[in-house]
Write a new protein. Structure first.
Length: 573
């Protein structure tokens, strides 16, 4: 290493530390004098030195401690929050350490007298001493973005937790709710606080499901956000029994039963939200696993125009849902947005002249002007029994939450053939297989063909995060798996998400729908009458212009709405 003079200059320090060569320093000094710029700025601009190395040199020159990008990120939230976020951003500084009543602040400019004066006032009010350190501006701003977001989320979650109230149905099975928080007043107990934290954070993160999974030496809590599971915390293994017991208590399940699966439900009321929670408990080799399904019972805010339809699909779907009678089926796996599409359809056709009734399990959204029936098999209120009663209620349009068995399918078909428009869902992989699924349930082909108007399969794909969306070149593997040729991708700009604080480093935020619409034409109807296979139906439908789910997904990826990796995850050939 080169020797330093009594009062070293920045360039000398960087050369001595081995961050730059002497030739690079000489060239930078010449340009610095010519353009009247600081030597550090020139070194960074020419690419001779990293910003962090330059600021490390400045810290040595000034005789103050230096905090690297990793070190400023290690600041604990309760220390960081001492300095207000707006002040930290404005002055490019962050609190990094608190020891012996001395608060250490990493600053991009420890010579900023005004900022230091304000910091001294702040630390005096807190009864703390002030110690200055240095960090690079980029590292400090990145840390501010990361840590203050966590602090805000903690504060929001704490507010949610404070407002959480748990309700469960009374033993008689009626709609009267029993407030479980009143039955168990010790809300400061650690396990109760932990369960409230898990649920409160899930509500803040837009989660649709919570998975609490016991492992050999710990418990894993995962949230399903935008259709994908994300690990969020790992409580200790000794907390597992308490978590299970707490969930069973608020769900009114048998605490002593640990050998058999159990299903329950409860309702959460927090501020202006009401969330219906479906509880499933499954015994595993490591203990009981809990899955909580969160169903927001708030106001329904979707319309057909906001679901993600292409223009020609929107017109085709709209043309069929305004018909006076027939059967419209939406298919897909659990969580693919089927119910949302049907609710949006009902909103589109709602009229004071029509009597619209739904039979659902559960009622996910409350729609004003529509009669909604919640199925309760425990007391004999099944899909079939409800539908038989509804027939005497003079209905015009009917929504059946799901066709699960032959009896429900038979009633739905007969409704559609006697002057009613029926909307329903079926669990199937795509539109052609939905037809064969109905026949497999027990619907005769001639009734199936006579009643069907339209079959729509759908999936939800994650949309790219607008804050970290970036261009990229697809890999050969992606193009091969998606069967894309060079001419298919020519002139197309592809995007993916880098990951950021806003999207929890996933690269995605929110979801949109992709749809496969199969209108039942005369030719398709003849195939159904002949009990043809789903492959024959699919071949004719594609010949008539049906776009598959994968084709729809690729179209959205070409427009920069999602990524090819997401289409590969959600669709098949």
């Amino acid at each position: 290493m080169a020797e330093l003079s009594a009062f070293p200059k920045l360039g000398e320090i960087l050369v001595a530390e081995g961050f730059i060569e002497q030739e690079q320093l000489d060239r930078s000094l010449a340009e610095s004098e010519e353009k009247n710029l600081r030597i550090g700025e020139v070194l960074i601009a020419l690419g001779f030195a990293m910003e962090e190395h330059v600021y490390l040199g400045l810290a040595k020159q000034m005789g103050v401690p230096f905090y690297s990008s990793e070190q400023v990120l290690e600041g604990k939230e309760d220390i960081v929050r001492i300095v207000p976020e707006a002040f930290a951003k404005e002055n490019s500084l962050i609190a990094v350490k608190l020891a012996d009543e001395t608060l250490t602040i990493a600053m991009a400019d420890p010579d900023d007298i005004i900022a230091i004066d304000n910091l001294r006032k702040l630390t005096d009010e807190e009864g703390l001493k002030l110690e200055l350190a240095m960090g690079s501006p980029q590292a400090i701003q990145h840390a501010i973005g990361q840590l203050y977001v966590r602090i805000r989320k903690q504060q929001e979650t704490s507010e949610v937790i404070g407002d959480l109230k748990f309700f469960t149905e009374s033993d008689e099975g009626d709609e009267g709710m029993v407030d479980m928080t009143k039955e168990h007043e010790d809300t400061d107990a650690p396990i109760i606080k932990l369960v409230n934290l898990i649920i409160g954070e899930a509500l803040k993160e837009r989660a649709t499901d919570i998975h609490i999974e016991p492992r050999e030496d710990h418990v894993v809590v995962r949230y399903r956000v935008d259709g994908v599971l994300l690990e969020v915390m790992k409580p200790p293994r000794n907390a597992h029994n308490g978590i299970v017991a707490r969930v069973k208590i608020i769900s009114k399940l048998n605490i002593a039963e640990k050998r058999l699966p159990q299903d329950g439900r409860f309702t959460i009321k927090a501020k202006d939200r009401e969330v219906d929670v479906r509880v499933s408990i499954l015994p595993t080799v490591n203990g009981e696993k809990i899955v909580l399904r969160l169903l927001d019972k708030g106001t329904f805010g979707f319309t057909l125009a906001t679901l993600g339809f292409e223009d020609h699909h929107y017109k085709l779907f709209k043309r069929n849902i305004i018909k006076p009678y027939g059967l419209i089926i939406v298919s897909g796996p659990t969580g693919s947005g089927k119910s949302t599409s049907l609710y949006a359809s009902l909103r589109e056709v709602m009229s004071v002249q029509d009597n619209i009734t739904t039979v659902e399990d559960p009622v996910e959204y409350h729609l004003d002007g529509i009669n909604q029936v919640q199925v309760k098999p425990r007391i004999g209120l099944t899909f079939a029994s409800s539908l038989r009663s509804i027939l005497r209620q003079d209905p015009d349009r009917l929504l059946i939450g799901e066709i699960r068995d032959e009896e429900t399918a038979d009633i739905a078909i007969k409704f559609s053939l006697t002057g009613h428009l029926v909307f329903t869902t079926v669990h199937a992989n795509d539109a052609p297989s939905t037809v064969t699924r109905l026949i497999d349930i027990g619907v005769p082909p001639f009734l199936c063909g006579s009643s069907l108007l339209l079959v729509m399969a759908q999936r939800l794909v994650r949309t790219l995060c607008p804050n970290c969306k970036t261009e990229y070149e697809p890999t050969e593997t992606e193009l091969d798996y998606l069967d894309l040729n060079p001419e298919d991708i020519e002139g197309v700009t592809w995007y993916k998400g880098r990951g950021c604080v806003h999207c929890r480093d996933t690269g995605y935020y929110g979801r949109t729908g992709i749809f496969e619409l199969l209108p039942v034409t005369h030719e398709i109807r003849r195939l159904i009458y002949d009990n043809s296979s789903q492959d024959e139906i699919r071949e004719l439908a594609e010949h008539q212009g049906m776009e598959t789910l994968r084709q729809q997904g690729i179209s959205k990826a070409k427009r920069g709405m999602t990524s090819l990796a997401e289409i590969l995850r959600v669709t098949t050939e």
